[in-house]
Design a protein around this ligand. Structure first.
Ligand code: DQA
Length: 144
């Protein structure tokens, strides 16, 4: 059984209500239900926090036993050296995802401090960015 940890950062608890023109009308819980049903061969765990240190703790906790981690660090993507270090510190490959195409938005969203520590990056496909990340984990020969 492939174990996948999804980690969502700040303000992503408001998905479905938050700027729907940018992030859509679906809550993450609703989307997660669909995603889990589509991949019964995976155990998909979900964690969301608005607190940077809690995101780091979850990376440490899952970063030595899981097949893959999918992280949308929200705005911490653009600011957090501590999250970069946490991703570097663990063995489990980490995929960075973004719902919106950050490169088509404000300049401060164009830089990710996390990408260089990640296995790969999937940006701009709406919530489908998460499914594409699961596909990337499943497509890997072994643990990616
Ligand atoms: C985001 C993009 C970030 O710039 C923003 O701060 C978010 C969401 C995305 O998924 O599109 O909170 O990570």
């Amino acid at each position: 059984m492939k174990k996948i940890q999804i980690i969502n950062g700040p303000n992503l608890n408001l998905l479905g209500k938050r700027e729907p023109a940018v992030y859509g009308n679906t809550s993450f819980e609703e989307y997660l239900h669909t995603l889990r049903a589509k991949y019964p061969q995976c155990e998909i765990s979900y964690f969301q926090s608005n607190i940077e240190g809690e995101l780091i703790n979850k990376i440490h906790e899952t970063g030595f036993g899981y097949t893959g981690i999918i992280i949308n660090a929200g705005a911490y993507t653009h600011t957090s050296i501590a999250l970069y270090d946490a991703i570097k510190a663990v063995e489990t490959p980490v995929i960075e995802v973004h719902i919106s195409n950050v490169h088509a938005r404000e300049a401060f969203r164009h830089t990710s401090l996390l990408s260089a520590a990640c296995k790969g990056v999937i940006i701009g496909f709406g919530l489908d960015s998460y499914r594409l990340s699961v596909e990337a984990i499943l497509a890997a020969q072994t643990d990616i």
